[in-house]
Design a binder for this molecule. Structure first.
Ligand SMILES: Nc1ncnc2c1ncn2[C@@H]1O[C@H](COP(=O)(O)OP(=O)(O)O)[C@@H](O)[C@H]1O
Ligand SMILES: [Mg+2]
Length: 320
């Protein structure tokens, strides 16, 4: 559904050129839900705006829904829905009218637009709000309306740019429930950007990580975590000085790295912590070391990002 090759965009600014996207290649198959993850300024929105024909690339190209974004943008637009980072709905329109106007702008007949508007009001649980002014909606309701607006013409691919940013955790979960349902019912391909790690981890089958205009990872969340971060084992001891012996033993564990003694405890990173920990404990006990506690921590996508860039994406998200 999406095939991009070396997509790049440079903005000319007064203080010089800004290379927002520096050659992104990606492929998304029909029905996939892909999360585009990265810190603020990574180039996510610029990439999405190129894929949705809102912004011409400086170089490279893409096929979206089988059509060339540069040569045939109108055909691309018929196949896609786009929900941008801001809200698209006019503040003084009623919710249902807003949807119908959108459908009419996409050349649907009045009857079709009404039918589709009512269908989407139901799907996104906005029925009770159909006659309300858009300006009176809560953040979460408004975001659901934005999604409904993007779905009016029944697109095959839905692009969502930071759909849940600014929503409280409850509204975020609610929005995700709705998007998941729309997807299940329609089999739609969904491409979304987010800087919420937990969200990308939970929702997406595939995560693409972008940083400084480049794609630095593209895989399932599970494989990214196993390959790039690993599990952290932590063992603490009753006596002093036992970590020295423990660190020596840890050297011999398969693929052990980042072995770090600290006071009475030792941490290390391995690929499969749950399999390794019992073995490690047995070796420690065979040497007569007294273990106080032992634990395995599974990695997060933040650990993946940290491993790739040396920076924490979580701190970036909190700051944002
Ligand atoms: N219209 C523009 N003019 C100049 N610079 C821009 C413009 N749009 C985006 N940028 C710059 O391009 C970079 C990537 O921005 P963006 O794609 O919005 O990132 P993200 O969505 O990942 O936060 C940033 O440095 C941003 O300031
Ligand atoms: Mg953005």
């Amino acid at each position: 559904m999406i095939h991009a090759r070396d997509l790049a965009r440079t903005f000319k600014t007064k203080s010089g050129p800004v290379e927002a996207v520096r050659g992104v290649s990606l492929d998304v198959a029909e029905g996939e839900l892909v999360a585009f993850l990265g810190p603020n300024g990574a180039g996510k929105s610029t990439s999405v705006r190129m894929l949705t024909t809102l912004l011409p690339p400086s170089s490279g190209g893409a096929l979206v829904g089988g059509h060339d974004i540069v040569r045939d943008p109108a055909a691309v637009r018929r196949k896609i829905g786009y929900v941008g980072q801001g809200t698209g709905s006019g503040p003084y329109h009623r919710v249902r009218d807003e949807l119908i106007t959108q459908g009419r702008a996409q050349r649907m007949s009045a009857a079709d637009a009404r039918r589709r508007a009512d269908e989407l009001l139901g799907m996104l649980e906005l029925e009770g709000l159909a006659d309300r002014d858009c300006s009176s909606l809560s953040g979460g309701q408004r975001r659901r309306l934005d999604v409904a607006l993007g779905l009016m013409h029944t697109p095959q691919i839905l692009f969502l740019d930071e759909p849940s940013t600014g929503l409280d955790p409850h509204s975020r979960a609610n929005l995700w429930g709705h998007i998941t349902r729309v997807r299940k019912e329609s089999g739609m391909t969904i491409f979304l950007t987010t800087h919420y790690l937990d969200e990308a981890d939970m929702m997406a089958e595939r995560v693409m990580i972008m940083d400084h205009g480049r794609m630095i990872a593209d895989d399932t969340p599970e494989r990214l975590k196993a390959d790039l971060a690993g599990d952290t084992i932590r063992v603490s001891f009753l006596g002093d000085g036992e970590t020295v012996t423990a660190a020596e033993l840890a050297q011999n564990l398969p693929q052990a790295r980042d072995i770090a003694p600290n006071g009475r405890s030792l941490t290390l990173t391995v690929r499969d912590g749950e399999a390794i920990l019992p073995e490690f404990i047995a070796r420690l006990q065979a040497k007569g070391l007294d273990i106080a506690t032992a634990s395995v921590r599974r990695p997060t996508l933040d650990d993946v990002f940290l491993g790739l860039t040396g920076r924490s994406l979580r701190e970036n998200a909190v700051a944002a």
